[in-house]
Design a protein around this ligand. Structure first.
Ligand code: ZN
Length: 200
């Protein structure tokens, strides 16, 4: 499967593995442990070295449990940032739902050397699928504390629920992806225009 990363933040990209969230016909790209692994690999969170053993694990019962946990985190992130896109700030109850994931991530965090600098990272002994959850949680934490919440948007596409960070200079981006949702909206407007012309 090919995943798209158009959110501008890893946590938003993770939330975007559900299409048309809350609409009549939602679609979930993460149906199995291996789907989750494939997403992690495309996101660059799962190294070559890890993959072999991981595919086996992803297919196992443990993989199913990890998938459930990851999906739970994903739903909290979606609700959190869809609320931000709507109201400019997260709902207090969604912050309450997110905080246990923050605490879990912090138990796995450590300060480590990276080149000449030191940075907060995930303990290397943490299993890759747990690390995936760590990195997604960290991305959500960073966004929540970034002062950029006024730039979190939800796509204006009719059947699209994707979240993204608007990094355009004037902050007027409306679509997750101009090529996909933006063009669809344009075509629709064009057709509506044509048919109203015909009626006139
Ligand atoms: Zn869209």
């Amino acid at each position: 499967m090919y995943f798209e990363f158009v959110g501008g933040n890893l946590a938003l990209d993770f939330a975007n593995t559900v299409h048309s969230h809350g609409l009549a016909d939602p679609r979930d790209d993460l149906k199995t442990g291996p789907d989750l692994m494939a997403w992690g690999a495309q996101a660059g969170l799962v190294g070559e070295r890890d993959r072999e053993g991981l595919w086996r694990r992803a297919r196992s019962q443990a993989g199913t449990t990890e998938l459930q946990r990851a999906r739970k985190l994903r739903e909290v992130i979606y609700q959190l940032f869809a609320g931000v896109a709507r109201a400019g700030r997260p709902a207090p109850e969604m912050l309450d739902a997110f905080n246990p994931f923050v605490r879990e991530a912090m138990t796995r965090a450590r300060i480590q050397k990276s080149g000449e600098k030191y940075e907060l990272g995930c303990d290397h002994r943490v299993r890759p699928l747990d690390r995936l959850r760590f990195e997604v949680t960290r991305a959500a934490m960073e966004l929540l504390t970034s002062g950029k919440l006024d730039r979190v948007r939800q796509c204006s596409g009719e059947t699209c629920s994707w979240l993204f960070l608007d990094t355009s200079r004037n902050g007027t981006r409306r679509w997750c992806d101009m090529q996909a949702c933006g063009n669809r909206a344009k075509v629709r407007r064009f057709r509506q225009h044509q048919s109203s012309d015909r009626k006139a």
